[in-house]
Structure formats: C-alpha cells, structure tokens
Design a protein around this ligand. Sequence first.
Ligand SMILES: Cc1cc2nc3c(=O)[nH]c(=O)nc-3n(C[C@H](O)[C@H](O)[C@H](O)COP(=O)(O)OP(=O)(O)OC[C@H]3O[C@@H](n4cnc5c(N)ncnc54)[C@H](O)[C@@H]3O)c2cc1C
Length: 463
Amino acid sequence: MIKPEIVSQLQKITGKEGVLTAKEDLNAYSYDGTTTWTHMPDVVVLPTTTEQISRVLKLANENKVPVTTRGAGTNVSGGSIPIKGGIVLCTVKMNKILDINKTNLTATVEPGVVLQNFNTALAKEGLFYPPDPQSFLGCTMGGTVAENAGGPYCVKYGVTKQYLLGLEVVLANGYVMKVGGVTVKNRTGYELVMLFTGSEGTLAVITKITVRLLPMPAASKTMMAVFDDMIAGGQAVSNIIGSGVVPAKSAFVDNFVIRRIEQMTPMGLPLDANALMLLMDDGNPAAVETDTQQIVDILKKSGAKEVKIAKDADEAAAYWKMRSAGFAAVFGAAHTVLAEDVAVPRDKLAEFIKKLGEISERTGFFIQYLGHAGDGNLHPSIFTDIRKEDEFARAQAAMGEIFRAALSLGGVLSGEHGIGLEKQRFLKEAMDPVALDLMKKIKGILDPNNILNPGKIWEEEGA
Ligand SMILES: Cc1cc2nc3c(=O)[nH]c(=O)nc-3n(C[C@H](O)[C@H](O)[C@H](O)COP(=O)(O)OP(=O)(O)OC[C@H]3O[C@@H](n4cnc5c(N)ncnc54)[C@H](O)[C@@H]3O)c2cc1C
C-alpha cells in the first residue's frame, strides 16, 4: 500500500486533478486488452508535462514505488497491468502533435497522441505514417513505440521501429534524456532509440517521439479473395511475394471470424468461405493497375475460388473494417480468450497453419486464427474459461504447443504484442541465455531499483 504522504506529494506535482485514488477510478486502470490479467494500482497519475513525469519518477525511485506506464491500455500481453501495485502513470493527457514538417517529412508528438488522430492530421497535409496496429482508433503513439507495434501495412512499409528518428525519455531517476534526433541519417554512437523501442515500459517513460513520414500514395486498390482452404491461402501470400510484387497490406480471417462479424455487423461476407484474404496494393496509378492484375492472377492460380476488387474507397474501407473488427469478434466469443501472436518466416506460413490443425486435433481445442499473413504474423486464439481450473491449464498447455511449433519453424514468440506477463514463461526457450542476461543487465543499469513496470518480460527469480 502506498503511503498517504506520497499521494500528497504526487498531488503537489500534478495538481489534485491529476491524481486518482477512488476505487472505481483505480479499477479502470487495473486491466488491459487481455482477458486473463488484472491488478489494482494504489494510485493513478495523469501528468501533463515531461517535467511532471520527471518529478513523479524521482519521487517513486527514492521511495521504491513501482510505476507502470500506460497509454490507452489496449495491449494484449498484460504490459500495462500494475502487477506490483504502486503508481499507474497514464500519458493520455499529453496528447499534442508538436510539429509536422512537410519539407523534412518528419513529425514530433507527445506520447498520448492517439494514432488515428495523428494520421487524420497528417492526411490533411497529404502525408502518411504507415505503422497501423488494428487498435489505431484508441492506441497511443507512446504505446506503439513501447510495443514496437505494426499492422497490415508492415508487409511493404515495416513496423514502428522503421519510422523512429528520435525520442525524449525520462529515466527511472527522473533524468530527462534525448536520444536520436530529427535527421533521416544519424550514426552517432549506439542506436539508443532502438533500445527503448519495444521496451514495454521497463526502461524509461517515453515523453516525445520524432518519426519520419511518407507522402500519401497516389493510388491504391484493395482485393478480397475467398479460399476453401486456409493452407492454400497462406501459400498464396508466399507465392505473391515470391513473384516480386510486395502488396502494401495483407491480412486474413477465418470462417469463425467471418460468421461472428456477420452476426454483429452484417456486411454481406460469404458465410461459407473458409478463409478470406485481404490485400492492398498502392503507389502510382499505372503501377497499381499492373500489380493488381498480377496479384489477382496469382491468387487464382493459388486456388482462390473468387477474387473481388473493391470498386471504390468506401468498399475498400468496408473490407478493412472487417479485418480491424476481427479482434473484437474473437474477444467476445468466450469468457476467457487466449489470443496469441506469433510470427514465422513468410515461407513457413502454410506449414505453420497445418501444425495448428494438428495441435487442435491433439488437444481438442478449436484454434481460431486471424493474421497479417504477408509478414508471417498470425494470431491463434483458444477459447476457454479461467474459472475452470483444469480446462484452463489444458488450454495454456495447448498454447505452449503453438509457441513451440512456431519456434521449431524458425519463428518468434511475439510478432507485435510483446512479452509482458503473458509469455514470460516461454522466454527462456525463445532466447539465447546470454542475450537474456544482457537484457537484465541493461535493465539493472537503467533502473537499479526496479521501479519501472516491474515483473514484466522475464520471470523473476523464485516467482
Ligand atoms: C483490438 C486490438 C487490435 C490490436 N491490433 C494490433 C496490431 O495489429 N498490431 C499491434 O502491434 N498491436 C495490436 N494490438 C495491441 C496494442 O493495441 C498495441 O500494442 C498498442 O501499441 C498499445 O498501445 P497503448 O497506447 O494502448 O499502450 P498500453 O497498452 O497502454 O501499453 C503498452 C505497453 O507500453 C508501455 N507504455 C505505454 N506508453 C508508454 C510510454 N509513453 N513510455 C513507456 N512505456 C509506455 C506500457 O507500460 C505497456 O507495457 C491490438 C490490440 C487490440 C485490443
């Protein structure tokens, strides 16, 4: 339990309006996008400036109070759960776009800027920031950096880390540090920007973010392909990329998601399709025409029963809305949803999907999946109920098999959601022990009192 005098000092730093202590308020910060983790903070702090964050961290560090940074809390790895109590430091009030520079193609934002708001502001200038986690309506820029998030656009454009030029971060002792800069090229010492990217709130609080931008592509076309067979769908993506065309976006959903979406928001999707694949090509109009034709030909040769090209921007937007509704469709499907996130090399996707079928048969759990596909990233989900101890343990063991299957194909434990609490018990199997030890040593240097998001990423000794 946090001492009342620390709460009073927090109130002095941010003003009383920036500190929440009522149980109902704390409850709203006790969970995230997972359905398995929850823990109450002792207090929530809503700072408005870097200086306030610096003072909060200095106070917390001197008193060894845990601090869990939170953006919108949409992560699905338990990352923003204050598992050790203490302070939740929520950045949503720091939501200013500080600069958009059309000549340099850069922008600087505060961490609480919502991704969709950022892209709306950029669109007015004919600009575009590609990393597009499908939580873009709510997730914050700080959260996307701390998770190194990516979405369907990553096939062609990459993920958050490919766009970061500079960061302002506040270290555990309150020191405000700038790393990187605003130039496109920068070869000054170690890549410290990357150190904080994907660090899940364990190394520092990110308070300013400078990113590079792209001009909005002049044209785009979206295609939807219907497959009888998920494995053929997976192979089709490899065939397209192998042919030398890299679509801007790609994603697919299975029959379960198609039916759930049609139940919740009817869109006229083909209910009998086993797999729907969405692809988008973008660039200059002439190139988009030829690429689209080539993609359609390969989809058909790879076994697509039907391929539709969206006739206009509205139809294309409806297809992609279906993809972004996929997670919501899955999460509402059971009391507890183990929704995972693994990535395999792109040319192993079909083999991985086959292995998922085998695991499902062996364990008796239905495995639902949706994914970005073109990047080898897939989200297999198992429906269970945490209240049924035995079933839940079996579901977790089945998930373990899924992780091991991905690793056996040269894949990784997380494509985008991070490790958080959710996957730490598998980390030892997925990482070189010396690399794991190096991570712990870096944490020890930057945060010797272990106040920043303690209990995350790796299992603590004896836990
Ligand atoms: C429906 C849905 C769809 C999703 N789709 C995708 C997807 O396609 N791709 C993808 O990558 N992810 C996806 N996610 C996961 C999630 O939205 C992303 O990880 C997102 O980047 C989290 O942003 P947030 O603002 O909600 O961060 P939070 O959930 O609040 O925090 C995430 C982590 O970052 C840390 N953190 C947050 N802000 C800061 C900061 N300023 N400084 C330091 N650490 C910080 C937190 O401590 C925590 O560890 C999805 C989630 C949902 C619910």
